[in-house]
Design a protein around this ligand. Structure first.
Ligand code: PLP
Length: 416
């Protein structure tokens, strides 16, 4: 098959394809697999009941079902949802949003595709511009999204030890020199893969740096507050006219409804809606309508605080303990401070093989993790740390996570 350069670029093997394939293969195989790899959220029973109840309500009520599936929405999303969300965020945080500051996308993954390519690449004046990721390791799903190769640049983060077996990445502001080629700064908060949460001070400094350079700060809030609020630290959501805040319904337990949300100043939202129209015609209505009453009443905040956050915090604590038990005495390791999201990021400080090889060995024992090397895209210098880490998800059933971690301990033990 003869492909265009676009086809060559996007149909080739990528880290995110490997990861989603591992997820699909695990589901399709008869054999027992310990799926500690993908970013699938947990099936939290109380949440599943809530979404089922809501779906029944939609089916029972007069014309809600018809409103959900029989008409195209506008390319910026269902207006009632945009109004309800703007009102909620204004009430809670004093932001001054109107519905014109919000657009829905078909998943937040596609929101990033639109945003990155809207800012990075060759400008009409012939200038090449790039997206700066100030804190790698960073989300694998961004890595292959640029239409023009070389559109991403990143800075390695500073490692600070916060305990014998715990470390935290921080933005190294001394390495963050900003060239005229930087079109936007982007970071996920909490960070996938590490569970890091940028501090309030770090976010403010990034936002100030972006404003001083006349570029936006794109903040990926897929796990963040106010919903789904998978954050174990006390932090406030952050937005101003120069920030593009990207949210998602996926980690509320609704990844299959494919709903992302962009909050930004009007001209950015207008541009996103125009691109939505070209690429997708319209946005999906199922997610916004499922959520609408909970956003109107503000209950979505309570659901996130009462159900989602404690659920994942409990899982995080248990996983840290199991990893510590499985690896202690086997190897020199440290775990990134688990401040949010549902991943543990483990740093093996003197393993005799790379973590890519460790991933292969674990896969042969039906344990799926993600090797750290995928999360360091855009770096212009080599960093041995890239070969020393793995990401492990603790969102799945407790017995599977625990057994998967035991097998990890056994495999690492064989290396010494
Ligand atoms: N951003 C981060 C940090 C993620 O982890 C994910 C998915 O796992 C996404 C964005 C994309 O999520 P979705 O397209 O399901 O909204």
């Amino acid at each position: 098959m003869e492909l265009s350069s676009f086809g060559e670029r996007f149909a080739k093997e990528t880290g995110i394809l490997d990861l989603m394939d591992d997820l699909g293969t695990a589901a399709a195989q008869g054999e027992k697999t310990y799926m500690l790899g993908g970013g699938n959220p947990a099936h939290i029973p109380a949440l599943c009941r809530l979404w089922k109840r809501r779906m029944r309500q939609i089916l029972r009520r007069g014309c809600e079902f018809e409103a959900m599936v029989t008409d195209y929405d506008s390319p910026r999303g269902r207006w009632a949802f945009l109004e309800a969300l703007a009102a909620l965020l204004n009430r809670e945080y004093g932001w001054r949003l109107t519905p014109r500051n919000i657009a829905v996308t078909n998943g937040s993954q596609s929101a990033f595709f639109l945003l990155f390519n809207m800012y990075a690449g060759r400008s009409p004046a012939g200038r090449r511009r790039r997206i700066l990721f100030p804190l790698v390791p960073e989300y694998i799903g961004y890595a292959d999204q640029a239409l023009e190769p070389g559109s991403f640049v990143s800075r390695r983060s500073e490692i600070s030890l916060v305990g014998e077996r715990t470390f935290k990445y921080r933005v190294d502001f001394d390495r963050m020199e900003m060239g005229r080629d930087i079109a936007a700064i982007c970071a996920s908060r909490p960070t996938n893969p590490t569970g890091n949460v940028l501090t309030g001070e770090e976010v403010r400094r990034l936002a100030d740096t972006a404003r001083e350079n006349g570029i936006p700060l794109i903040l990926d809030n897929a796990y963040g507050c106010p919903f789904p609020n998978i954050i174990f630290e006390d932090v406030e959501p952050f937005w101003n006219e120069n920030v593009v805040l990207v949210m998602s319904l996926s980690k509320l337990g609704l990844p299959a409804v494919r709903t992302g949300i962009i909050i930004a100043r009007e001209e950015i939202i207008d541009a996103v809606s125009a691109m939505n129209a070209v690429i997708s015609l319209s946005t999906g209505s199922i997610g916004p309508l499922m959520l609408l009453p909970y956003v109107r009443s503000g209950e979505i905040l309570d659901i996130s605080r009462r159900i989602i956050r404690p659920f994942y915090r409990g899982k995080s604590r248990a996983a840290v303990q199991w990893v510590t038990e499985a690896l202690a005495g086997q190897t020199d390791f440290a775990i990134h401070k688990s401040e949010g999201a549902f991943f543990l990021w483990i740093w093996f400080r003197d393993l005799s093989i790379t973590t890519r090889e460790l991933y292969e060995r674990l896969k042969r024992r039906n344990v799926i993790v993600v090797p750290g090397c995928h999360f360091f895209f855009g770096l212009e210098e080599s960093w041995s740390h890239q070969q020393e880490c793995i990401r492990l998800s603790f969102s799945q059933a407790e017995e599977d996570v625990r057994r998967g971690i035991e097998i990890l301990g056994e495999e690492v033990g064989r290396l010494s």
